[in-house]
Design a protein around this ligand. Structure first.
Ligand code: SF4
Length: 322
């Protein structure tokens, strides 16, 4: 069975000062229908640009290469009308800052209703569906709250309103970019539980973009770890986090205080992350890598299969895998 979404050799160039910046450099992964894939990376890793390329919302002047294949159709070469149709209906996105997605001057219910009306849902029915959508997104007292404005909602409630908005077009794939990063820990856990239950109940596929390993580990079946615009490693979430096949993933896992094993001390990653503007030659991780040697400085490691369904872009992945 083909995947719902296939990202193949995706390249994104942004206009830079002297020359273009390659912010995404040959990224490939699949999102099968009804599954959650986690896209992990530090800021500057290219994870958000990958999500924006999928939904067709890259900043102006961006150039793309490779393919974003949605149900067999390459969206990178689809026309603007088709792209608009896919966005919000087949693929929806939720952001870290819900205020960026919500209109401050319009009642919440009206904003959700407008999407339904645009799809030809009659007014009376739309009103009923708005309440239903807010309720599904866990907004309490949805009839009353539908009449309120975004500023009357707390941060967590706004996130729920944005989720209702994202679900209104009945998408098959939800892109969630750092959906809980701005929230406090308790609200974070509730929103994640909500996303997971929606995903499971409706059979939605989800691409969860986050810098936070713990967030991704809770929700994703598969993970893609990005570093400096490239995929460092990908595979089943549990395996990748328990037995990383790339020194970057291993360092990332060790940088998180382990709740399960109650290790008190985390080991922060040494050095600063590589950025597209100053990507080191060879393996982009080599200045920070404890296993780096001559070959790493000279030769870009290609991603390769290092075990069943395990992929790593490290020359010496076999030394990392226990
Ligand atoms: Fe480290 Fe070399 Fe592997 Fe890069 S290729 S992660 S520098 S060991």
């Amino acid at each position: 069975a083909g995947a719902l979404l296939q990202v193949a050799d995706l390249v994104v160039d942004l206009p830079g000062g002297k020359s273009d910046l390659r912010v995404v450099d040959g990224v490939s992964f699949d999102v099968p229908a009804g599954t959650t894939v986690g896209l992990i990376g530090e800021s500057g890793s290219g994870k958000t640009m990958t999500a924006l390329a999928i939904i067709g919302l890259l900043p102006g002047g961006a150039a793309t290469g490779g393919q974003v294949v949605w149900r067999g159709e390459d969206l990178l070469h689809a026309g603007p009308t088709r792209r608009r149709r896919v966005r919000g209906h087949e693929i929806s996105m939720i952001f870290q800052d819900p205020l960026a997605a919500l209109n401050p001057t319009q009642r919440i219910g009206r904003q959700v209703g407008e999407i339904l009306r645009r799809d030809g849902v009659p007014r009376g029915e739309a009103g009923r569906r708005v309440v239903e959508l807010l309720d599904r997104a866990g907004v309490p007292d949805p009839v009353r709250r539908a009449r309120e404005y975004p500023h009357q909602f707390s941060g967590g409630m706004r996130q729920r309103a944005m989720i209702a908005l994202a679900l209104a077009g009945r998408p098959s794939l939800l892109l969630a970019d750092e959906p809980t990063t701005a929230l406090d820990v308790t609200v974070q856990a509730r929103i994640l539980r909500l996303l997971r239950s929606i995903q499971e109940r409706d059979g939605l596929a989800m691409l969860l973009v986050s810098h936070d390993l713990r967030v991704v580990a809770h929700v994703a079946g598969q993970v893609v770890v990005m570093y400096a615009g490239r995929v460092a490693e990908r595979g089943p979430a549990r395996q990748v986090l328990d037995r990383p096949a790339h020194p970057y993933t291993r360092a990332l896992v060790r940088s998180v205080p382990a709740v399960r094993t109650r290790t008190a001390l985390a080991h922060p990653l040494p050095g600063a992350p590589a950025t597209p503007a100053n990507r080191p030659a060879g393996c982009p991780f080599h200045p920070r890598c404890p296993l780096a040697r001559e070959r790493c400085r000279l030769e870009v490691p290609a991603i390769r299969e290092v075990g069943p369904d395990r992929w790593s872009a490290c020359h010496f992945a076999e030394e990392v895998l226990p």
